[in-house]
Design a protein around this ligand. Sequence first.
Ligand SMILES: O=C([S-])c1cc(C(=O)S)c[n+]([C@@H]2O[C@H](COP(=O)(O)O)[C@@H](O)[C@H]2O)c1
Ligand code: NI
Length: 412
Amino acid sequence: MKTLVLDAFSGISGDMFLGALFDLGLSKTALEEQLAKLKVTGYQLLVDRTSHSSIYGTNFDVILADHQVKDNGITEHGHHHGRSFATIKQLIEASELSDSIKQRAVKLFQEIAVAEAHVHHQKVSEVHFHEVGAIDSIVDLVGAAIALDLMKIDRIVVNNLADGTGTIKIAHGIVPVPVPAVMQLRVGTKIPIHLRSEVTTELITPTGMALVKCLASEFDTTPSGILERTGYGFGNREIGSLNALRASIYNTLLSNQSVEQEQDQVMLIETNLDDVTGEQLADGIAGLIERGAKDAWSEPIMMKKGRPAYKLCLLADPAQRKILVKYLFAKTPAIGVRYQLLKREIMQRKVKLIKTSYGKLHVKQLTYGEVTKLSLEHQELAKLATLNQRPLVDLRTEILAELQQIKQKKGI
Ligand SMILES: O=C([S-])c1cc(C(=O)S)c[n+]([C@@H]2O[C@H](COP(=O)(O)O)[C@@H](O)[C@H]2O)c1
Ligand code: NI
């Protein structure tokens, strides 16, 4: 499970987002190959690793060709006057990008279109993107959807989201900061934004706000797991302090990597719910696991007054108790929880990335005295089963057999 944490202390724009992902190792060639599926030409990606305030990070920009830009037979001369939301949606949907990338990219444009339609009193399908519709915005938004897919990001958390204050001049004239499209994108959300009074310019662009609104599942929290990498995507405006989006990747699969002791302590947290819906229960369990619970499940119970109900249970590192209890109170009807510290006997565990003839996957080697066994990650196995077009059960048996051979020949 990979969580991308965006530390947006100087806001966010499309360029800052991609710059930060390049700084984390996103491949320019892989992004270009995917973007080529849009059949839009006349631009180049500028990815420049450089320093600001002695901090190294990446400047990202989309450089447009001066005279002619062609996409799907449409030719523009000199200036890039934009397109309607309907045209951009068509362009994305007609491409050979994967369905999940298309859906994410269209959703991002749609959010901006809905906000712009409201601000300018237009129909959504007729929203004519000006700056937003230029090629660089298509590259920023579709590029963001592609990049998250390439980097296999499962979850995004946004921390310290900040905007400036004052006014700026845009194509519409002089507008207040946060700019009208950003304010409209915030409507109906509780996304926390801190306004920096000492910065009298725009820090969050409509593209940046759409990325936050559509992609972030949580705000102002630090995920459990190992911090694998951190990087910076620079902003263009001079703001008197570091103008960068910091992006970090936390890996919760790797956090389980090595367990050397055979006993430890684990916290069991439980709550009885007689008014929870099936959807809330399933989402709650998934959310607890995403936030670092070692396991989470529900048990059918009978409560007072003959009420059929559920007990929602989870096991977690005791240090995670506050975060997980807060989540239970926020996302389920729970108004009280019980917890107890339990002793556990556990198998010692080593996780290694192993190359098999079906592809690479993480293998857990488990030992307890003389007892040993291997365990595979179900999600990785499911992906390999799809890739190799093999039934999952058969693939598990075949991979385990191959791993035994590798173990006998050279050890794992
Ligand atoms: O082009 C339009 S309609 C536009 C609207 C607004 C409103 O807030 S309304 C703001 N802007 C400004 O354009 C630049 C580029 O924004 P991107 O999201 O395309 O990076 C930025 O300064 C916006 O505030 C444009
Ligand atoms: Ni506008």
